[in-house]
Ligand binder design. Sequence first.
Ligand code: FAD
Length: 326
Amino acid sequence: SKIVDAVKALDPTKPYFSYEFFPPKTTSGTENLYARIERMATFKPMFVAVTWGAGGSTAEKSLALAAACRNQAGLDVCLHLTCTNMDKEILDSALTQAREHNVKNILALRGDPPRGEEYWSSSSNEFHHAVDLVKYIKKTHGDFFCIGVAGYPEGHVDGVDTSGQDALKDIPFLVEKVRAGADFIITQVCYDTSKLIAWEKALREHESGVFNDILILPGLMPINTYQSFLRTAKLSHASIPSELLAKLDEIPVGDDDKVKQLGVEVLINMISDIFEKTERRVRGFHFYTLNLEKSVALVLEKSKVLALSRNELTSLPDASGPAKKT
Ligand code: FAD
């Protein structure tokens, strides 16, 4: 079903979560991933998101993965789609196939050009920004799809070379995307909860009013190794809180298990911080799984907030600890 409808049907105090997967390059990789998705489905995610290679480079594989998640694993799916550096026929075909597979959610993105190359729009010159794709989906498919868009709590990287990364600078464009028909926002990976919480507040208080009730899902990425973590943070221009860096630096070089363990704790704390401090306005959490299972499964098993989503807890223990006897 549509993500907005599924969330509406949920108890308003309950959290939920989703996974993101990318289509593997090889057949054996795909088989392994399908088996993993079936195991991870037992935690009952609200939906799974399937990425789309910029320029349509993974079109066939993304659609096959989306169809398998939907039809074999019985999960609701959100298919990512980009709109630049790609012929419109690929886009049209992807939307038609998504409909055929009953994939009702699309994350509408601009996409990035291949490294070192310039942007080009499709022959119709219709697509420059993600908002153009949101409008196009609405125009061609009405309300069939529930549409999501990307949000940047620390600002989009395009600003880095010019005026500097600035979350507030992007907000008018996010307003446009929502006005054009977006129903939910998934954020860029973020490790600094205070920035995410401040950004959410700015959106809710925005004079346009378009963000009052919109679903916002923070994008959370497990920390797998020290090097891959630093690389991802750099690529996505996510700042790393100094306390987190200090804790990572205490771990002996090469002890990946400890790094992963710390990453699990970090995500658990981020989830409870965001859930509490936004007074549960943010209650959907999106895991960038990188097609890996272990860390996400540990977060799901250990997070008290997410145990609520599976009805394993009826309420959260008081954060201030057990009530003192008087
Ligand atoms: P836009 O919303 O178009 O914004 C891009 C830039 O243009 C921003 O700096 C914005 O401020 C500016 N801008 C927006 N509208 C206007 C306007 N009207 N006038 C002037 N400036 C404007 N990429 C993939 O290739 N495949 C994926 O599957 C994928 N999944 C992603 C999932 C998430 C949750 C996120 C956060 C990103 C994902 N990306 C993916 C990366 C994404 O394609 C890039 O971040 C891209 O650079 C921007 O996409 P966007 O949809 O945010 O673009």
